[in-house]
Design a protein. Sequence first.
Length: 457
Amino acid sequence: MQAPVKEEGVVSFLTPIGYQAEDCGYCKDPTTSRRSPNSRACCYAISKDLSVDDYQELIDRGWRRSGTLLYKPDLRRHCCPHYTIRIPVDSFKPSRDQRQAVHRWNKFVLGNAYANNAVKVHPKTRAGKAEQKNNFNLISAIHESEYSNVKKPLEPAHRFEVSLEPDAFTEEKYTLFENYQRVVHHEKPSDISKKGFRRFLCDSPLHRTSRPFNGIEQPLGSFHQCYRLDGRLIAVGIVDLLPHCVSGVYFMYHEDFSSWSFGKLSALREATLALEVGYRYYYMGYYIHSCVKMRYKADYRPQYVLDPESLEWDPLDGGLRRLLDTKAYVSLSRERGSSGDKGIPNKEAIGHRHTEKMSSGLPFPLPADASAAVEGGTSLFGLEIPGVLTAEEIVEKVDINRISMELRGGLVVQMEDLVAWEDGDILDPRSLKGFIAEFAACVGPKVAKTMVVRLNR
Ligand SMILES: [Zn+2]
């Protein structure tokens, strides 16, 4: 049996890891600064081969990656729910302080002498001056101080260059990472390693490729956006370029530049990349409303939040923010009552496996209990995880028998080829069919139909 081959010939291989509770790094105990034990839970998978189309689909269902590890937080049980957010870049309006960060950096790079001479050599018309004052042009402001844009023959104070490079490991990048983790993140030197850096920021499962877009080649895959000042690597933005977005993975800069608001500069640069090369959206990573340090992401507007249940995008406006202030878990479709409880199927069939319901109606409301239940044989379908298809939906939308699996030795078969398993019960996670059906429900129908589940890793 052949593995499904998509247009560009890239097939995603995914290994399900399962559902697990974990300690949370965002809500540490204020007295001991220890991580909150088992207060978050996620569905996990590993992939070393992932198509950009499939990853786009996965992040639009609440997944994200860290190296080759893919995870989808269970928002209803999570102590600090992680909401997927995005900005439609053609309507992005940088705030005053975001614009100022760009101007301040440009002024530093170009220097006073350059600025004074530039006015003499290339005088601005009155209209040009007014235009510059009243209309902030993100694209031209971001590129203004790059060496390729300086007005020759004038020389700026510094030579500033930004390039998009493959996400390969280099000693230069590692030196920067080591400095950033140790000084800016206060990590212990013993916790910082080349292996960790590689695994976290250089080992992407995404296939690097490109597609034509408006006469240019649109790069796709994982890249390092390298910032160099006078030839020295001073910052790197790790980005995933996907069919509909630039997804910011991580950003690091050298401590010498900590006063330049590089967080803002990088966000604006990544949004610019999305705008220029036609990716349409900029994803800044999860928005964690309960974590004050992460709220700055809401300052990039207009920001939209993925409804964890309906998978629609809602503006992160005052109304949604007020809701998030009052309750940890918010799904606007649930609030509106449009989804209500209709997404909980077949309660009769699976009800006996989760009778301990709390007043919220959520079975096993604590991550540790839910994780233990799953370990004890409860079907994932019994957990009512937001964004995970119900047992009924998966049967309706995906032909489980046609899901591809890679066995030991690399042989790819479909579920129906495994005669002995064909009669397995999808509500029994201990049957192969149940295990695969649960995973298909987590990744959604589109990915489930084209992926190969790699059982042997
Ligand atoms: Zn937490």
